[in-house]
Design a protein around this ligand. Sequence first.
Ligand code: DX5
Ligand code: ZN
Length: 216
Amino acid sequence: MTRIVSPSMLSADFGHLERDTRMIDRSRAEWFHIDVMDGVFVPNISFGFPVLAAITKATEKVIDTHLMIVEPEKYVERFVKAGSHYVTFHIEATEKVQECIDLIHQAGAKAGISIKPKTPVETLREWLPQIELVLVMSVEPGFGGQSFIEGSTEKVAELKRLIAETGSKAMIEVDGGVSSKNARELFDAGAEALVAGSAVFKAPSPEEEISKILEA
Ligand code: DX5
Ligand code: ZN
């Protein structure tokens, strides 16, 4: 099965964003995870288009954008145009799920849906056949550096079964408190992409931590 690491640029050093982007670009990580927060859907504000532009200037790798914003239908198209290959929005953040999926696809990117820790996987059933990615949050969205919520691995396994049952081809990504310590159980449960922010950027050697996750 595929194993992808998607370092969360939220934990990068914004004073040296180009340096950190090039460092991840040289590493074995295939994706860049871009956390966009609006201060409404989550109690924190991160960054938007200008920062994304600085990152896409310094890498050709896959841009995996995670929107933690209300009414994502207003912005998904712009995030594709800004260079996102995957645009993931929260199912809790919109009533226009179909519109979001369609706008992302029409703009030429892959569509992902994310669920918060307390949102059951069952809420995804009707959308699974149409999307390319499900992002399972293993912390409450809003901040990097939180501890992995126990039980998230079982949720991944449950989602894996639902994906098979619905004939979906969606890939599972897990986000929050992920490191080389819990990567193995997540890959074993069916995750194919793992987001890691603080585990990568706070490691003495980010490249080494990325390799450890891939080889967990
Ligand atoms: C949290 C973000 C995550 C976060 C991950 O709301 O979606 O992507 O940056 O950071 P760590 O890996 O430190 O939990
Ligand atoms: Zn994220």
